[in-house]
Ligand binder design. Sequence first.
Ligand code: FAD
Ligand code: NAP
Length: 342
Amino acid sequence: MNLPSNLLPSYSLRERNTLGFTVLAQMAVPITTPSQIPEAIAFAKDQGLPYQVLGGGSNVVLPIQLSGLTLLMDMDVIEVVQNNVAGVQLRTAAGVNWHHFVGWTLDHGYGGLENLALIPGTVGAAPIQNIGAYGVEVKDYVEHVEAFDCESMQWVKLYQSDCQFSYRNSIFKVNPSRYVISTIVFNLPHIWQPRITYADLQSYFANRSIDSIKANDIFTAVCTIRSQKLPDPKVIGNVGSFFQNPIVSNSHLLTLKEQYPKIVSYTESTTHSKLAAGWLIDQCGFKGMQSGAVGVHDKQALVLTHRGNGSALELLALAKTIQGAVKERFGVDLVIEPVVYK
Ligand code: FAD
Ligand code: NAP
């Protein structure tokens, strides 16, 4: 088996993880065309090397040394497949920057993705945890995903219903290392309506009539709100929310409400409710705290931060302390949202 021609030995991923940790990949290979994916995977398997896929590194916690072969998803093409009375279908390569893609859709007059503006990372990673913000999830716009199945060593097409999308989850997240996504085909219907149910968007548009709100206005609103509330990874390392919002049974919620009447919760189904993990962490006193190089963001306790010269070990130790405190006080398990590599 030949070495991939563009193999990069001992490659620094410092600029390719938004926590800003110092990370050295044993080997990395930039992927600029789909045909390089089977080649890279075959090479890794032949050499008995572990392999992993990296987009923008905004949802991973990486160790100092990342073993094996890291595929760097750099494919960068957006194409219109068809545009008819119902809507537009777009074919987008995995390496396209997500926020650039959202802006591109709006520049071309296609609404739908505006609530998902300013989410860092790549298009190819969007289905992994079914990215969501302000009441919108990417699954609603995915027609199909094209991926290389590293088990069967075949290209596969997974339609929306095959992807097992759920809250911040998918078939891709529960089968790590199985699929390398090369392309996503999106359907954006021309029929459009604003979704501004979240309090921050409600306040932003408080003085506007709903009929006057356009997709571009929501894009601007989301960018403004997020810039005020979330740390910019270029300045303070972070991966956004460090924990998922826990889903608890309604009976558990009732018990919690007796003791904590102000607990923040949202109906998830007839039997279950979602708790705001940030509120639970805040109540345990962690908001704004700093422990060496790592800490908890002062405007949103769900975001853990890294301010330089720290490591995954320190961050995960802080996460464990927070998980313990939340469990002890509320009896709720917090699950880490980003993918942690050992
Ligand atoms: P990476 O971090 O590179 O990878 C994440 C996982 O996906 C890894 O397991 C990787 O192997 C896998 N992966 C990546 N690309 C591929 C591919 N092509 N094929 C197969 N597997 C792949 N998330 C939200 O859902 N909503 C938000 O509002 C949100 N806000 C954020 C705000 C900030 C400031 C930050 C730093 C993060 C935020 N995130 C949010 C998390 C993150 O941006 C998303 O999960 C994003 O989709 C990750 O993209 P990425 O390219 O950086 O993925
Ligand atoms: P927020 O608006 O302060 O809300 C706090 C939490 O309550 C959110 O996690 C959100 O759940 C939930 N929530 C608020 N209003 C809701 C409603 N009307 N219906 C259902 N759930 C509601 O949150 P924020 O921190 O400023 O973030 C704003 C949005 O960006 C959220 O959707 C959040 O998920 C997303 N975001 C995600 C990440 C990430 O890394 N995953 C990072 C930053 C922001 P949901 O999280 O389920 O929406």
